[in-house]
Design a protein around this ligand. Sequence first.
Ligand SMILES: [Mg+2]
Length: 225
Amino acid sequence: MVKLVLFDIDGTLIHSGGAGVRAFGRAFTGAFGIERPTEGVKFAGRTDTGLLRELFHRHRVAPTRQNAEQFFTRYVFWLAESLHEHTGGTCAGVAEFIGGLRALPEPPALGLLTGNIRLGAEIKLRHFNLWEPFLTGAFGDDHHDRNKLAGVAKLRGKGVLQRELSGEEILVIGDTPLDIECARAIGARCLAVATGGAKLPELVEHKPAWAVENLLKVSAEEACR
Ligand SMILES: [Mg+2]
């Protein structure tokens, strides 16, 4: 039985309508004076810190802590702004699925497993009134490698639940093959949803425990059994 459910954010819980990518670009331009810095960069399933490393490399900006701070200070500001300018929304079935999890006889703990930095995750989810259900999580500022984030989320879940968790007791929900890989890194089950970065057949190819069009297609009870 599942004790901890870890959600990816972009394409899984919400769509920011491009606000995240836009904020990334604005912040990079503001900090380093480079126009259209995100052109040709793939965002889905990546971590913010990993993406920033790529931008530093592409545009020959020194990858120092100071430069990263310059960037992220601007990023969180622009993220809040951009969310108001773009039309995003909650992904299909999210409210129903979370409601279903909370109604289970033994509700699992809910957490986040996301490449967003923690403050970015909070700004995005608060914008859609969706921050409150989550007790724990691992974020892009914990590690630039998404697969390492899964280990961090597992460890924090253990802290919240005050006991060791087996892989079978953790369910990771995400929208890209990178999420499936990341679940595999900690032996967790994966529920893949085609509401974001990847189409259903591509997700199926990576053999998650479930692959569905959206969260209306699977009940919380079934996914946690
Ligand atoms: Mg995603």
